[in-house]
Design a protein around this ligand. Structure first.
Ligand code: GDP
Ligand code: GDP
Length: 467
């Protein structure tokens, strides 16, 4: 017999969207044909090789109390009771809300196995929300996009892990046919650097770079200097291949994928829409990349736009490296560099220790140093620190600088673990996450950055309740 899954969560997190994806239109229609006597509140569903039933909470609408809250609660409780497994869904784009905490309590009390699903993970800023979901204390969030079909393989694995022997695989031939169909419904993961689950730093994988900056900062000159102008213009040839958005090349034996700004520009020029395109292109470039080189014209001080783009890169969870270009025009290089670096630290405290390299795209000086900085930052962005090391570090911190008392009660910090890489994300388990001052979290992040030598990359930290 198939096992039953209930999708639980506050309104609008995307439950119906996932329901439809799992059930598929065709199967839902079949249920409506006369003569089919299956219980209409449960719908046959598939996820790759798994077959199960999904409980349709929308079918319980008349079951509960007068208020929406009451009805929701009643629906939720009935569905949970019937289910063998619960998908507890949160909206990673919106982050946690008090309603999420109310619903998770109902789920927790039920004692049923639960998979935490962080939906809308394709959205900008969703990384933070997914990390925050750890705070619910029901395990690791599986990041998906119900709408775009991303993360479905992880969801499948999480079901198998949660249910163990109870899981039902479709292994007879009839079912196998259906699976092929449902695979189409589930859809393919679209290309996304975050979709690759990287557990160890892999130097053989191409490093993805984009170059951004204000007009005239020297982006094209830099890209050409790095790749070689002729090769860029003539397209595929020895050592270089080009797809629609990127160029593959090699820097001192390290394979690189570069966002093809030049190609985009050529197209833009044809369409005479360069200015209009540039903002969107910048965003696309950032999302494509792991490391984003921000090219600044060193003869013009930081402008608001430069800071905005750096901030966007950091918020998107990518790591910036700054190129102070046109250094050949600078009179007092040492003084200028000290001043620019001081400014960088002051204006961009979100990514302390940002690599900032003086260079000249025109003369080629500093290109090596720039690429070294890119590689170093990429390595840091991929850092993974063992739970043992982290907790030894935490012990030291707690001994010397424990969290403050709030309303006369000391906050207890129990342990820390790294939840993700690219960029590094940590979860700290503590007695009262809500009461923890932001200043203490910042202190932890800064200290962690120094202790484990992680300059220049965004570091995320989420608090979760310790049980
Ligand atoms: P429910 O109330 O929990 O059943 O949520 P719905 O499935 O009705 O979705 C609520 C809204 O979120 C709708 O506008 C959906 O289009 C949107 N949505 C659902 N899944 C995703 C997703 O993966 N990404 C984004 N960006 N939006 C989504
Ligand atoms: P983009 O708009 O950011 O792509 O900038 P370009 O690469 O087109 O460069 C804008 C102008 O700056 C051009 O006239 C370049 O020759 C010049 N330029 C680029 N890099 C350097 C450099 O390192 N030194 C000097 N002196 N000029 C540069």
């Amino acid at each position: 017999m198939a096992f039953k899954i209930a999708i639980i969560g506050r309104p609008n997190v995307g439950k119906s969207t996932l329901f439809n994806r799992l059930v598929g239109k065709k199967i839902a229609l079949v249920d409506d044909t006369p003569g089919v006597t299956r219980d209409r509140r449960v719908h046959a569903a598939k996820l790759y090789d798994l077959v199960f039933d999904v409980i349709d909470t929308a079918g319980f609408e008349d079951a509960g109390a007068a208020t929406l809250q009451g009805r929701m609660r009643a629906q939720t409780e009935i569905a949970i009771k019937e289910a063998d497994l619960i998908f507890f869904m949160v909206d990673a784009k919106a982050g946690l809300t008090p309603d999420d905490r109310t619903f998770v309590e109902i789920v927790r009390r039920s004692g049923k196995p639960v998979v935490l699903v962080a939906n809308k993970s394709e959205a900008r800023g969703a990384q933070g929300g997914a990390l925050e979901a750890w705070e619910l204390g029901i395990g690791e969030p599986v990041q998906i996009s119900a709408e775009h079909g991303q993360g479905m393989p992880d969801l499948r694995d999480a079901v198998v892990e949660a249910l163990g022997k109870e899981v039902v695989f479709a292994d007879d031939e009839d079912d196998a046919d259906d699976i092929a169909e449902s695979d189409v419904l589930i859809g393919e993961d679209i290309a996304d650097p975050d979709a690759e689950d990287v557990h160890a730093y892999d130097e053989t994988k191409p490093l993805r770079i984009a170059v951004v900056g204000r007009p005239n900062a020297g982006k094209s000159t830099l890209i050409n200097a790095l790749i070689g102008e002729e090769r860029l213009l003539t397209g595929p040839e020895a050592g270089i291949t080009r797809d629609s958005i990127s160029v593959d090349w090699d820097w001192r034996g390290r394979s690189i994928k570069m966002f093809d700004t030049a190609g985009m520009r050529r197209k833009a020029r044809v369409q005479e829409k360069l200015e209009k395109l540039s903002v969107q292109d910048g965003l696309r470039a950032i999302r494509f990349a792991e490391i984003v080189i921000i090219v600044l014209d060193a003869t013009i001080p930081f402008e608001k736009q430069d800071l905005q783009i750096a901030d966007l890169i950091i918020r998107e969870g990518r790591a910036p490296v700054i190129a102070f270009n046109k250094w050949d025009l600078i009179d007092n290089p040492q003084e200028a560099l000290a001043e620019l670096r001081e400014k960088t630290e002051r204006l961009l405290p979100q990514a302390r220790g940002l690599q900032a390299v003086p260079m000249s795209a025109e003369t080629g000086r500093g290109l090596d140093k720039l690429m070294d900085a890119v590689m170093k930052t990429h390595r840091v962005w991929n850092s993974r620190i063992s739970t043992g090391k982290l907790n030894r570090w935490l012990e030291g911190i707690l001994a010397h600088h424990p969290p403050p008392a709030v309303a006369g009660r000391r906050l207890k910090v129990k342990y820390i673990t790294q939840a993700k890489t690219r960029p590094p994300g940590f979860v700290v388990s503590c007695s009262r996450p809500d009461a923890m001052p932001q200043s203490y979290v910042r202190y932890l992040v800064n200290n962690l950055r120094e202790a484990f030598d992680m300059p220049g990359v965004p570091i995320r930290m989420a608090l979760r309740t310790s049980d």
